[in-house]
Design a protein around this ligand. Structure first.
Ligand SMILES: *[C@@H]1O[C@H](CO)[C@@H](O)[C@H](O)[C@H]1NC(C)=O
Length: 136
C-alpha cells in the first residue's frame, strides 16, 4: 500500500514536470500592425522559450482567403505552389532568425487587400498565434 502511494506520488510529480516544462508557445502581436500601401513590413511571431524551428513545417495563413496560405515553409523550402497568388514573391521568412524560434513573416509592397488577420502555426507543436494587419 505504502509502495503504491509513493508510486502515485512519483507519477503525479512526473506529470507536473511534464506540464510545467511544457512546450513553447507562439507569441504573435496583441496590437495590430499598422502599415501604409507600398511598405515592407514584419508580422511578428516568436516561439517562447525559443527552439530552433528551421527544420519544422511553418505556416502563415489567412482564414478568409482561398487558398488560405500566405507562406508555407516545409523541409527548408518556401512552398510557393500552395501560396495564395496575391502573395507570391512578396512573403518570406528571415532564415537567420529561425534558429532563435523567430518565424516572423516579411511582407513586401503592402496592398490594401493585405489587411486582415494572419495566423502563424507550427503543426508539429500544434501551436498557433495571430497578428492583425491594418493598412491605412
Ligand atoms: C524576429 O525577427 C525580426 C526580423 O529580423 C525582428 O525584427 C524581430 O525583432 C525578431 N523578434 C525577436 C523576438 O527577436
Amino acid at each position: 500500500m505504502q509502495q503504491l502511494r509513493s508510486t502515485s506520488v512519483l507519477v503525479v510529480h512526473l506529470l507536473l514536470i511534464h506540464f510545467s516544462t511544457g512546450q513553447s508557445k507562439l507569441i504573435g502581436s496583441s496590437q495590430p500592425i499598422m502599415a501604409t500601401v507600398g511598405d515592407d513590413i514584419i508580422l511578428p511571431c516568436q516561439l517562447e522559450p525559443a527552439v530552433d524551428v528551421a527544420a519544422m513545417t511553418l505556416e502563415w495563413s489567412r482564414s478568409d482567403l482561398i487558398p488560405r496560405f500566405v507562406f508555407v515553409w516545409r523541409v527548408g523550402l518556401d512552398l510557393v505552389s500552395i501560396k495564395h497568388p496575391s502573395y507570391r514573391g512578396r512573403t518570406s521568412l528571415l532564415s537567420d532568425e529561425l534558429k532563435h524560434g523567430n518565424m516572423s513573416l516579411k511582407l513586401s509592397k503592402v496592398k490594401p487587400a493585405d489587411e486582415g488577420t494572419y495566423r502563424c502555426y507550427i503543426p508539429v507543436l500544434n501551436e498557433a498565434s495571430f497578428v492583425e494587419l491594418v493598412v491605412g
